[in-house]
Each structure stands twice: as C-alpha cells, then as structure tokens.
Design a protein around this ligand. Structure first.
Ligand SMILES: Cc1cc2nc3c(=O)[nH]c(=O)nc-3n(C[C@H](O)[C@H](O)[C@H](O)COP(=O)(O)OP(=O)(O)OC[C@H]3O[C@@H](n4cnc5c(N)ncnc54)[C@H](O)[C@@H]3O)c2cc1C
Length: 495
C-alpha cells in the first residue's frame, strides 16, 4: 500500500491525507526543518514502458487523494518555512521527468535526458510555439518578421558549438554578416569587430527551438499549457493546470523563472529550491516592433552598407536596435523595413506594468518614448523619423537576470527537483543551453545511482548570488562586460 508519510510537526496539522504514518527523520533529513516523506511501493505506471502524454492519469481513488495541497494552500502561504518533501521511493527502471518550460534550457534538458535514455514531457505556455525568449513573430499578410527577444548569439563552449553546428548543417543557422556596432546618441556609429562571430537563425530564432526536439522519440511536448500546481504524492510529482491533471513524474525540472516560478514553488514542498529562485532579480525590457515603408535614415558617418544591429548608448529609452528585414530577409531594396527596438532596463523598470495586461495609455506612451529615443540615437531632428506603418509593443517583465549563483544548475535530490535556465550561468542563449545540459546530466546521474545517497547529488541549494555584468540584452564576448571574463574561448564552427 502506498503511503505519504509526514513528519510529526506536520502530522498535527488538519489538512493531512489518509492513511498517515509518523516517520522517524531519515539520516538525510534536515534536522531543523519539517519535511514530508514521500514514498511508494506501488507506484502508478512505474512498470509501464508506455510514455503517455499525461504521464499516466491517476485512478479515481488517488485523484481524490491527490487533492493534497488544495486545502493547505492558504496555510502554507502564511508559513515562512514550507516543509521539505522527501522522496524515498526507489527510482523505477523507466523514470519520467516533467519539464516546466520549453525555452532553450528546458528543451536542451529534454534532449540531453533522452541522450541518457530518460523520458520526459515538456510543458510550455507558448501559444505560437516553443522557445520562450527565442521568439520570432511573423505578421501576415504583410510578411513582416521580427525576432522579438534574442537577436543573435555567440559560441564559447564546445558543447554549445555542437548544437550550433547541428543547426548549421540543417541550414537553420548562419553567421550574421551584417554590420553590428555601438551607436552613441546623436548618431555616432562605431562598428564592432566581426570576431567573435555572431550567429542568427536563418528564419529567426523560433525555428531553432522548434527543431531541437524534432528527432527525439522519448520527449513529449504539451503546449500551450501553464502548469499552475506541483504536488508531491505517492512517490511522484503530480502536475496540473488550473485543476486539470497533467501527469505524474519521478522528477521535475523548473525551466522558467520570475513571478510565475515563485508562485509555483511557494507551496510545493521545495523550500531550498524556492529560496534560490526567490533570490533571482530580473530586469524588465520593453520591445517595440516597428515596420517602416522606407529605409530609416542612418547616421551620415555610417560606412556602407548600413548597420543591421546596434547597441545604443546614451539614450534612456533605447538600448538596442536591429533591422530584421536585412538580417532575416536580406532584402535591402524592398520595404517594408522591420526593426526591433529594445528599451534600457532602467526605462523598463520605470514603466513597468503587468505584462499580460498592458494599459493602452502605457503602450502609447512607451511607443512614443521609444520612437523619440530612436530619433535621438540616429541623430535625426525632432519629428523626422518616418511614421511606422506597423507597431507593436511588448513588455518582457522577466527579461534578463541581474544576479546569478554562477553554477550550471540547481538540484534537490530529496525533492527530486531541479532548476535550469540562463540565469544560473549568465544571460544568454548559450548559458541557457549549458544549464539545460548540466541539469540533464545531474538528474541522469542521480537516477543511475537508484536515488541512493541523495546528499551526494545536491547542487547549488545554498549557493550565494553575485551581481551580473552585461549589456541590457545579455552578455556577449567582444563587448566590454565580457573582456573581464577569464578563459572564455570563442569557437569557429566547423561547417
Ligand atoms: C529582450 C531580450 C533580448 C535578448 N537578446 C538576446 C540576444 O541577443 N542573445 C542572447 O544570447 N540572449 C538574448 N536574450 C536572453 C535569452 O533570450 C535568454 O537567455 C534565453 O532565451 C533564456 O532561455 P530559458 O530557457 O532560460 O528561459 P525562457 O526562454 O524564458 O523559457 C521559459 C519558458 O517557460 C515557459 N513557462 C513559464 N512558466 C510556465 C509554466 N508555469 N508552465 C509551463 N511553461 C511555463 C515560458 O513561457 C517560456 O517559454 C535576450 C532576452 C531578452 C528578454
């Protein structure tokens, strides 16, 4: 008979499941904190080789019992120290991992779990596709195209180079040949060296994310799906979306961050993971996507051809601008001309609103402020920037990490839960990928050990955070922030 056993501290609370057994703390329990011991001899679906999309639905009997957590939510919210869940059930022969987040880090984690023979299901909120902050927007019927978060990436690690080489072989990635540089307010443009090379998605960033899992056979993707609850029960993690059961898993990966992750972890039974997530500070950045009928007038000191990307300096509302038509469509002579503009993080902070519900007045104000910033950056007289034929503003409320523990991943073996994401190592696509690889290997090593000696597999649960240097849209070799980094290699890709 499967049981969920709680420590004496918790056993006295009124919201317990039945049957209950008071457990003696195990040798690896936290002495000063309450914990939930979660064990199962009779795990639903543990012997099944079938990898179902929902991870195996619970029976009506345990569905009732898995209401664990609902009545306790309000109590736990008020509890400063939530109790630590402690899984002690043996790891099954065929474990499944639930990955919450289908951005670069979550997808790479799934891919690398498969390489180690482990199945997973990736849940992602994306309505238009996977990728998170690797988003590309195509606006029909005008055929406007914008990378609306990550713009390009660099490669400094052999493991990331392998992924990028694979994309190159498939024709999905190419070196960005366009001129990129720094643009001072008033229109002074200084090109940056083309080495280390910058890479772009041939059809934008999103197809790269979509391609990552195409050849996998052990990864399910569930999208759009917003996981709103994690519940440890019967030796497994039960995931649900607004009360709808989404499956049960032997371990979970949190591959997203920000307010959403903090809310999800607040009453999950993972206090150490939750605490690390809460330490993360994130910037906010406004994106303005704008299409113009005619080419923008670029600074007169510009070399020809005109720049395609610029880190903007000395303008409060703009930190980056890129000509997406030239970058992606390579059509210098035909309009419309699609530009992606990003605000500075200071401007994002000052004009922050709920990103899912942007007031019209704020959107208008930000649009005007950012277009004025573009004018200023290009050194155009006031009012001379042409009126765009299409605009869209979007707030990245959890844009980029401002601090980091500087470790590739976080893993709590007692709670069978880990975190991956860009912020663990830095603020770039490369750091997100490396984090996904690291967590996949950590989980696989832990599973291989049968779940024994959990203390040996704990990573990053108490790591201190340091402020992150970098540009408002990330860290890139070749820019000031990166010259301070020791040992950074830059890879020339093979294909
Ligand atoms: C404006 C901007 C510009 C940038 N420019 C660059 C650049 O030029 N070069 C570069 O290298 N990097 C850039 N970055 C950074 C880069 O985009 C990120 O480092 C990287 O994409 C992060 O990947 P991730 O997997 O850690 O997180 P994300 O991409 O954020 O993925 C997390 C995913 O989880 C999903 N999710 C969240 N909550 C849930 C839930 N409860 N249930 C299910 N799914 C959920 C989200 O929808 C998202 O898809 C930029 C970022 C921003 C914001």
């Amino acid at each position: 008979m499967a049981t969920t056993t709680l420590s004496p501290f918790i056993a006295s609370t009124p919201f317990l499941l039945q049957p209950l057994k008071v457990a003696k703390p195990t040798s690896h329990s936290l002495p000063s904190k309450p914990f939930i011991l979660c064990t199962s001899q009779n795990r639903p679906g543990s012997s099944s080789k079938k990898h179902s999309t929902n991870g195996g639905r619970p029976t009506s009997k345990n569905r009732r019992r898995s209401s664990y957590g609902t009545s306790r939510r309000s109590i736990l919210k008020k509890t400063f120290n939530q109790e630590q869940v402690d899984f002690t059930a043996p790891i099954p022969d065929d474990p499944i991992v639930g990955i919450i987040g289908g951005g670069m880090s979550g997808l790479i984690c799934a891919l690398n779990l498969e390489k180690r023979g482990i199945k997973s299901t990736v849940f992602d909120t994306g309505i238009h596709g996977l990728g998170g902050r690797m988003g590309t927007r195509v606006i029909e019927p005008q055929q406007l195209v914008f990378d609306h978060a990550a713009q390009f990436f660099t490669v400094s690690d052999a493991r990331f180079a392998e992924i990028v080489n694979d994309w190159r072989e498939k024709g999905l990635v190419e070196e960005w040949q366009g001129t990129v540089g720094e643009l001072e307010a008033g229109g002074q443009f200084v090109p940056l060296p083309s080495s280390p090379p910058r890479y772009i998605g041939v059809n934008g960033m999103r197809p790269l994310a979509d391609s990552l899992l195409l050849e996998t056979s052990m990864v399910n993707v569930v999208r759009p799906c917003w996981i709103s609850k994690l519940e440890p029960f019967n030796g497994m993690w039960h995931l649900s979306e607004n009360g709808k059961h989404c499956g049960q898993f032997d371990a979970i990966v949190i591959a997203h961050n920000g307010k959403c992750a903090n809310r999800l972890l607040a009453s999950s039974g993972l206090p150490l993971i939750a605490r690390q997530m809460k330490r993360l500070e994130l910037s906010s950045i406004w994106a303005l996507l704008a299409a113009f009928e005619d080419p923008l007038t670029l600074p007169s000191n510009m070399v020809t051809p005109p720049f395609e990307g610029a880190f903007v300096k000395g303008v409060d509302s703009i930190s980056w601008m890129a000509n997406n038509s030239r970058k992606l469509l390579k059509s210098p002579d035909n309009g419309p001309y699609c530009w992606t503009f990003f605000s500075t993080s200071a401007y994002g902070k000052r004009n922050k609103v709920p990103q899912e519900n942007i007031p019209v007045a704020t959107a208008e104000k930000v649009k005007a402020g950012m277009l004025a910033g573009v004018e200023m950056a290009l050194g155009l007289p006031e009012g001379l920037l042409p009126k765009p034929i299409y605009t869209r503003v979007q707030l990245w409320g959890a844009a980029l990490p401002m601090n980091s523990p500087g470790i590739p991943c976080i893993f709590d073996p007692r709670g069978r839960a880990g975190i991956c994401g860009d912020w663990l190592l830095g603020s770039s696509l490369e750091s997100a990928a490396l984090s996904g690889i690291a967590l996949a290997n950590q989980v696989a090593d832990y599973f291989q050990g049968g779940g024994a000696r959990p203390e040996e597999f704990a990573v990053g649960l108490h790591q201190e955070f340091q402020p992150l240097e970098g540009h408002d849209i990330g860290q890139f070799p070749g820019l000031d922030s990166e010259t301070q980094k020791d040992g950074v290699q830059n890879y020339q890709l093979t294909t």
